[in-house]
Design a protein around this ligand. Structure first.
Ligand code: PEP
Ligand code: MN
Length: 366
């Protein structure tokens, strides 16, 4: 993959590159009021022209009309404009209106058909294209999208880390899983890496810390959603910061030395801790699922007059799990201890199920 460094395609580059603006361009007035207070602080103004909404019935963007508002405003006060493209028609309109930077949304990166169409539409284009990570944490899809654009001759490429969907509840809207973008960066060290703390956070309070962490990890830039009146925003109201506050947020960020500082080591530790938290959460979710199944089988055994404990089943559980432990390189004794605990709890739960039913039957006989 031919990758050009950020300073080679954005001559004015000074770390960090800042892309900011509203989630969506809603009205001409909202665009103006959201963008004017941040113009001297950003490299690119962002604004959604078409919005990929998860559920129907929400605001889906103003399309070409919004591009006309952008063009009107650019004529009065020049600035560089960045937007998402999801179809070849979007690319065509972006070219017609001289848009300065494009990004590929997380819901598009997941779909190789879609990416291939966009790559064809962008064949040989010199406009910078930033590829957001796919919704789920599959590094090869992210790399695959970048490779498709690269093969199509798009050289001014970059990646945007916007976090990953998780079915489990978390304080983030999209869990960061920092290891994934860092793996991408270690494979392609020149590839510009931008963090989108707004879509990771989902709420404004978390945005500064995530932005700081990205800088501590030596990211090249930030994409931050800013709106003149976030509480009235037509999309992503909870995560957009007031445009007036962007300067304050940026001033509060520390640009540390890229070398291995004490702070960098601390932030690495925090990343691993976060992954451990996530792993523990997944273990508990799996235990919860197992206990629900145990309850179900308890009811079934009771109804069919089957004893709770069956030696043959216990033996087969015991043997197969030890084999799994071996395959997973886990200490067998440790796994046996866990299994005993799980089994004990399962027998207890099933006994409760048996007793409950009996009580119910007794009272219904009364
Ligand atoms: C956006 O940037 O407004 C957006 C829709 O982002 P994502 O593709 O990361 O969800
Ligand atoms: Mn958004």
């Amino acid at each position: 993959m031919v990758i050009r460094e950020l300073k080679d395609w954005h001559k004015e580059y000074k770390r960090p590159l800042i892309i900011s603006g509203p989630c969506s361009v809603e009205t001409e007035k909202q665009l103006r009021e959201s963008v004017l207070p941040i113009l001297d602080k950003v490299d690119f103004v962002r604004g959604g022209i078409w919005k990929p909404r998860t559920r129907p019935g929400n605001f889906e963007g103003n399309g070409e009309k919004a591009l006309q508002w952008v063009a009107n405003m650019k004529r009065e006060t020049p600035f560089k404009f960045a937007m998402e493209v999801a179809t070849p028609e979007h690319v065509e309109l972006a070219m017609k209106y001289d848009v300065d930077l494009l990004w590929i949304g997380a819901r598009t990166t997941v779909n190789p058909f879609n990416v291939a169409e966009l790559a064809e539409a962008l064949q040989g284009a010199s406009i910078p294209v930033l590829v957001k990570n796919p919704i789920h944490a599959e590094l090869s899809l992210w790399k695959g999208a970048l490779e498709r654009f690269s093969k199509a001759g798009v050289e001014n490429l970059g990646a945007i880390h916007r976090g990953f969907h998780s079915y489990q509840k978390s304080k983030y809207r999209n869990i960061p899983l920092w290891q994934v973008p860092l793996d991408l960066k270690s494979e392609f060290p020149e590839l510009p890496l931008i963090c989108d703390p707004s879509h990771i956070a989902g709420q404004t309070e978390l945005v500064p810390d995530i932005a700081q962490r990205a800088l501590d990890l030596n990211y090249d830039g930030l994409m931050i959603e800013a709106h003149c009146q976030p509480q009235l925003a037509w999309s992503d109201a909870a995560q957009q910061i007031p445009s007036e506050e962007l300067g304050l947020l940026l001033d509060g960020l520390l640009l540390r030395d890229a070398a291995f500082t004490k702070e960098n080591i601390i932030s690495q530790l925090e990343i691993i801790r976060e992954q451990i938290d996530q792993a523990d959460r997944e273990i508990l979710e799996a235990i919860n699922l197992r206990m629900n199944l145990v309850e179900k089988i308890g009811e079934y055994k009771k109804e069919n007059n089957v004893a709770i404990f069956q030696l043959s089943r216990w033996k087969s559980i015991f043997n197969s799990r030890q084999e799994w432990a071996e395959q997973l390189n886990l200490d067998k004794d440790f796994v046996v201890d866990i299994l005993r605990l799980l089994h004990q709890q399962s027998v207890k739960t099933q006994t409760e199920v048996f007793n409950q039913k009996e009580e119910k039957n007794l009272s219904s006989n009364d």
